[in-house]
Write a protein of this length. Structure first.
Length: 232
């Protein structure tokens, strides 16, 4: 399993190296269609989040306004270190990274958390990413403040691509309720199979729920209730 992940990581890193990197100064033929904040519990070797970011960084349709991190697959420190390294590998140091929620809104470390997938609760030292730690650092502004300020300053323009636990999004809604109307759209990697009845109220509690929603039920409810998330 580990060797397979290493091969996947190597393939993605090579792909990023050969794809033409889009610098911030690149002149676009047309304006980007989507202005996104990429909210992620990123980890290397890259898997789902890594593939998503690789595609997003090289998509002419997407303008990545910023990346916000959240604890999920591993702790927050690792999410920061790994996504910073990914940006350096992709030669996209122009994209800023904002550190987000270290812990869930309510849920605490317990026997269930430590025996199931995800090490958001860990305070272990961060292992060096492939090629070593990045020289690029996270921004001083917290992720929730960045999300709120950006969306409120550009109402109807900003889309949140939330592919990790929704703690950052929920924190923004709690602190700035006006965010829910200012943001254009929130795309969530979450939910459950055959459970779309009352938004997040039922789906997050089924055995089929994605792990991020099971770990963050309060944040999932808050994030989903802010927009119409249950559409057929």
């Amino acid at each position: 399993m580990r060797s397979a992940r290493v091969r996947v990581c190597a393939a993605i890193l090579i792909a990023l190296a050969v794809l033409p990197a889009r610098k911030a100064t690149t002149v676009r033929a047309q304006p980007a269609d989507h202005h996104i904040i990429f909210d992620t519990d990123f980890a290397l070797p890259p898997q789902d989040d890594g593939l998503a970011l690789a595609f997003a960084l090289n998509s002419p349709e997407l303008d990545i306004v910023g990346i916000t991190t959240v604890a999920g697959n591993y702790n927050l420190a690792r999410a920061n270190a790994d996504v910073l390294r990914m940006l350096e590998i992709a030669k996209r140091e122009d994209v800023k990274v904002y550190s987000g929620a270290k812990r869930p809104l309510v849920h605490q470390k317990d026997a269930f958390a430590t025996s199931h997938y995800g090490k958001w609760w860990s305070d272990d030292a961060v292992p060096a990413p492939p090629g070593g730690f990045a020289t690029k650092t996270v921004e001083a502004m917290p992720a929730a403040d960045f999300i709120a300020r950006t969306a409120l300053a550009r109402p109807g323009q900003i889309e949140i691509l939330a592919i990790g636990p929704l703690t950052n999004v929920a924190t923004v809604i709690q602190q700035q309720p006006a965010f829910a109307n200012a943001v254009k759209r929130i795309i969530i990697m979450g939910g459950a199979i055959a459970s779309c009845r009352t938004a997040a109220a039922t789906s997050r509690r089924t055995p089929n729920s994605i792990s991020g929603w099971t770990r963050r039920p309060r944040a999932s409810s808050c994030g989903a209730a802010s927009r119409s998330c249950c559409r057929r």
